[in-house]
Design a protein around this ligand. Structure first.
Ligand code: FEO
Length: 221
């Protein structure tokens, strides 16, 4: 088989294949199945400063989970638009944009540090919605879960002595406080509107929400 093994020893990791043609670049595509090299097989940038391996894996995972969050909120937005509650749909459409921003910030940070993101599959949202209140409760539980992930990431940055990454993640720690407050507030507003017969008015109010660029900016170059 005319294949060459590409190994990147700059990170001290074993990049050899783990089955099939993983980690192998085929010279003739008919000879073995093409698998795009992951981040560990790509040449490092000249500026690479060797981010802690565990931290790098967590950041990569968080990038993927932020995109999953966007998928999840898109599912909620679609539910509400289908129900004719376009204000609630708009609320979650804006959430989708915010989650994409979170993912792109993670990616930018990795690239700035000379690392690359491995583009893993994004899971399919699996929430069963049987009531208009369900997405609101799922959203709060999801944000609480994400808060835990962000704190784990922050702890990993501190444990690695990576103060720049810890400072970068400070923004996400604060952002999660806001995310949980918003999710809690949405449940309270919905319950009050249902009890007071003002759901239509609340839905109209929610149509006004607009996407705003995140206050954090990471320049890759
Ligand atoms: Fe990316 Fe809703 O937190």
């Amino acid at each position: 088989m005319d294949c060459v093994v590409i190994e990147d020893d700059s990170d001290g990791e074993d990049d050899t294949g783990t089955g099939g043609c993983r980690g192998i670049w085929p010279l003739h595509y008919s000879a073995c199945t093409y698998t795009r090299p992951g981040p560990n097989t790509r040449p490092k940038s000249k500026e690479a400063d060797m981010m802690d391996r565990h931290l790098r894996e967590l950041l990569n995972d968080q990038f993927n989970k932020e995109l999953y969050s966007a998928y999840l909120y898109m599912d909620f937005a679609d539910y509400y638009h289908t129900r004719g509650l376009h204000g609630f749909g708009n609320w979650y459409d804006v959430q989708v944009q915010e989650e994409r921003d979170h993912a792109m910030l993670m990616r930018a940070w990795m690239l700035k540090r000379g690392e690359t993101i491995e583009l893993l599959p994004i899971a399919k949202p699996d929430k069963t919605i049987t009531d208009d209140a369900d997405p609101l409760h799922f959203a709060l539980a999801h944000e609480q879960y994400v808060t835990g992930l962000i704190h784990t990431l922050h702890d990993a940055a501190e444990a690695a002595g990576d103060t720049d990454s810890a400072k970068f993640l400070d923004w996400f720690v604060k952002e999660q406080v806001e995310e949980e407050e918003n999710a809690t507030s949405m449940i309270e507003r919905y319950d009050k509107a249902v009890a007071g017969g003002t759901l239509e008015a609340l839905d109209t109010e929610l149509k006004a929400r607009r996407w705003k660029a995140p206050s954090l900016r990471v320049d890759i170059f």
